[in-house]
Design a protein around this ligand. Structure first.
Ligand SMILES: [Zn+2]
Length: 435
């Protein structure tokens, strides 16, 4: 069992955290090498972008600027060129109807839809601009609460989508969560209770420049659109947070051409600065950052395999969320400590949230489970089912935050104590649509 888990996480991390398709399609060559222990040992030393492991072969994206192919040749690893088999648009993309990105949001569409939600539900939803991206697009946060214009002494929870441009589904899940909460406020008592007693903040699109680039120019784009001044573009926003930023070159890269380039300094990017400055003004109890792919729930630390002081709590919460997700469509999301694997990450959102704010923070890697099921691509029809299975886990986190918030004030007296007592009794009961 343990070995199975280790192998699982090894594969997940090979695929996810040392991703993936490099900089620019024209600048890359995809090769494969035989998956034998000797080759694996050599490859691990070279710090390469692994695309996937499939049918006994390891597929690697070689970046010209990084001299990856040269490194492989020097290390005497036998390889074969695979580029012809890979094209940055999968069959699933061809199925996207209506526009270039089908039902997935562009920046403009999301902006319109967020404004519409605010207009339709002015008492429950309020749209804020946290800052601007490098290309001057707004970074939006939607606040959802009763008396939404007021600051109330209530639990606060944060949901963030799309640190990584090509992970389109990670915009849809937090956006649909916002929509669901306001549309069901007057229909479902459980939703009303959650919205009444918390302040829910949703940032569906942290990396708008990257998303637009991914939609219109290069589907596999991951980073933001920072011009690094050396011919390379982009900083990996999920390696740019300050906690243990740049701790080593394994968990992030100092090389600007790398897909996990951490930037010149912690919070060098306006997108991560927006999150930092925003969190300074709030008191979040917990957060989820959505990514894809691989169906896994990760929690800090990512920079080390040593468990965090809150490891037991984080594991329990992740297990709970995994169970809630599985109950919807039957899809299992593996869960575990992010750093408890072969590869590490540093400077990510969740390490920062736990390290600086001491709050439970989760990375949820949405479907599909692996590259054979589409990798970064989900079809338009997948959006609703992925959202629906993630809904109970999101509601659970809000509910947990309310209870946690109550406990901080449980010694208070009078009406507040009474109110908190009621809050503690709230339990999640999500009605599930029959399929
Ligand atoms: Zn990601």
């Amino acid at each position: 069992m343990k070995i199975r888990k280790i192998v699982f996480f090894l594969i997940i991390f090979l695929v996810l955290f040392f991703p993936l398709l490099a900089q620019d399609y024209n600048n890359t060559t995809i090769i494969s090498v035989s998956q034998n222990p000797q080759a694996i040992r050599k490859i691990n030393k070279l710090n390469l972008d692994i695309l996937m492991i499939w049918q006994g072969r390891i597929y690697i994206i070689c970046n010209r600027q990084l001299d990856d192919l040269l490194k492989i040749k020097k290390a005497n690893i036998a390889y074969q060129i695979e580029t012809q088999k890979f094209y940055p648009f999968s069959n699933k993309d061809a199925n996207l109807q209506g526009s270039i990105n089908g039902p997935y949001h562009t920046y403009q569409e999301l902006e319109n839809d967020l404004m519409t939600l605010e207009e339709r539900f002015p008492d429950l939803a309020k749209l804020y601009i946290l800052g601007q991206s490098l290309e001057n697009r707004n970074i939006y946060a939607l606040k959802i609460s009763d008396n939404v214009s007021l600051e109330e002494a209530e639990a606060e929870v944060l949901f963030i989508g799309c640190h990584h441009a090509r992970e389109w589904i990670s915009v849809e899940v937090p956006y649909l969560l916002a929509k669901y909460l306001v549309e069901n406020y007057s229909r479902q008592l459980t939703i009303k209770n959650l919205v009444d007693h918390s302040q829910i903040w949703i940032i569906p699109l942290l990396n708008p420049d990257g998303l637009e680039y991914s939609i219109h120019f290069y589907r596999y784009w991951r980073k933001n659109r920072r011009n690094n001044g050396d011919g390379s573009y982009g900083v990996d926003l999920n390696r740019n947070y300050s906690y243990n930023w740049g701790l080593d070159n394994e968990g992030s890269s100092p090389n600007s051409f790398s897909n996990v380039y951490r930037g010149k300094s912690p919070f060098s990017e306006p997108e991560t600065q927006a999150v930092r400055d925003f969190c300074l003004t709030r008191r979040f109890q917990a957060l989820i950052s959505y990514h894809n792919y691989s169906q896994v729930i990760l929690y800090p630390w990512g920079y080390t395999s040593v468990p965090s002081p809150k490891n037991k709590l984080l594991e329990e919460m992740a297990a709970q969320m995994s169970e809630l997700i599985q109950a919807v469509n039957g899809r299992f999301y593996e869960y575990g400590q992010a750093g408890n694997s072969f590869y590490l990450t540093n400077g990510d959102t969740t390490d920062w949230a736990l390290g600086v704010y001491h709050i439970p923070a989760f990375t949820i890697e949405l479907p599909p489970v692996d590259v054979l099921h589409g990798g970064f691509f989900n079809s338009g029809e997948d959006i609703q089912s992925i959202f629906k299975e993630n809904l109970p886990a999101a509601l659970y986190l809000i509910d947990w935050s309310m209870k946690n918030f109550s406990e901080q004030f449980s010694n208070s007296t009078g009406t507040k104590g009474e109110k908190n007592k009621q809050r503690k009794n709230l339990t999640i009961f999500v009605k599930r649509d029959k399929k």
